[in-house]
Design a protein around this ligand. Structure first.
Ligand code: BLA
Length: 319
């Protein structure tokens, strides 16, 4: 297949979102989440997009980017085992496209967090696709075996097709699983096709895990699951690499609303600990949060897991 040009064709990430929503509807019943809203105009010509009601919080409804060429599309749902399933796509013609898709379970389940993030320019795409573990798999072997052991061969296949993206903010590794696809590729049709296949496979796995998940009754375990999810939300709401661009597009205060009340909804309700409670290494002398994205810097030039999911990197490098 020829390379390049993929940014000219439709809105490729709507296809990802439609697939995920349709697959989810085969397994469970989605209800619009209170945070659901539509930013800007969301109709995409020629795309077969499922019909979804767009209730909206007035606050968000009329958000437009500072330049009108940028289209935001945001959807969120919940379902019996799913606390929040949400998707944000952003497109600025001939400039960039973003997919940020995530699914979080209710704290009664210790399911991994489905996470698909793509930032695409005409030249390259930065990708993170993973079932982010609720518990650090370099420490919690039983968690690693429970969710990742069986799917290592599939992860191995995709890690060959979509090679490791090189050095990465070290703190991120704590939130990644042995099946993570962290890659930076040339924005070609072929690469996007492989990414689409990987997205579909990973999402189907997540749905399968969701389907099989058994409700936890132990209050202590549920509280621990909730806190782990809150820690994840707290990290991403503060340090997500997309945040600076969002601020540029819609302004600081609306970007903050989008991050706190939509993308990482739950950060203000699932727990009371602060960012510095979880990540004290970011504390500055005056008690404020260090604005640096990373305190440790970047590391992991190559994939730090082997084909069996064994961590082969330097565990000290991200703690
Ligand atoms: C870059 N996004 C990145 C990078 C990662 C991620 C790893 C490479 C830079 C780095 O090393 O940190 C994504 N990092 C993640 C994810 C986790 C993590 C998913 O730790 C989960 C735990 N990306 C978005 C959105 C935008 C976006 C919504 O999801 C913009 C609106 C943009 N991501 C974006 C941009 C870059 C990027 C512009 C490159 C800029 C940079 O490296 O700082």
């Amino acid at each position: 297949m020829s390379g390049g040009g993929s940014l000219g064709v439709g809105l490729p990430y709507q296809k990802f979102v439609s697939f995920a929503l349709e697959e989810t509807c085969l397994r469970t019943t989605l209800t619009p989440h209170p945070s659901q809203y539509l930013l800007g105009s969301g109709t995409v010509e020629g795309e077969d997009y499922p019909e979804i009601p767009y209730p909206s919080l007035e606050k968000f409804k009329f958000i437009k980017s500072s330049d009108d060429n940028t289209v935001f599309n945001a959807l969120s749902f919940s379902a019996p085992k799913i606390r929040l399933l949400r998707s944000l796509t952003i497109e600025k013609k001939n400039a960039f496209k973003v997919l940020d898709f995530a699914a979080f379970s209710e704290p009664e389940y210790d399911l991994p967090i489905f996470c698909a993030n793509v930032f695409t320019t005409p030249a390259q795409s930065i990708v993170v696709l993973d079932l982010n573990p609720l518990y650090d798999t370099t420490i919690h072997k039983e968690y690693k075996d429970k969710y990742y052991k069986k799917i290592m061969p599939l992860a191995q296949k995709y890690s060959e097709l979509l090679p490791w993206g090189g050095k990465i903010t070290s703190e991120s590794l704590r939130f990644f699983s042995p099946i993570v696809i962290w890659t930076i590729f040339e924005s070609t049709e072929r690469n996007h096709h492989v990414l689409h296949l990987a997205f579909m496979d990973y999402y189907k796995i997540w749905l399968e895990l969701m389907d099989q998940a058994i409700k936890e009754n132990n209050k202590v375990t549920i509280a621990r699951n909730r806190e782990q999810q809150h820690k994840y939300l707290t990290w991403r709401a503060e340090k997500d690499p997309g945040y600076p661009l969002l601020k540029k597009l819609i302004g600081e205060s609306r970007a903050e609303d989008l991050v706190m009340e939509f993308l990482f909804e739950g950060v203000n309700t699932l727990g009371t600990k602060s960012f510095l409670d979880y990540f004290p290494e970011y504390a500055r002398d005056d008690g404020s949060v260090n604005k640096k994205r990373s305190m440790i810097g970047k590391s992991f030039e190559t994939r730090p897991w082997d084909a069996n999911g064994k961590f082969i990197g330097d565990a000290e490098a991200f703690r």
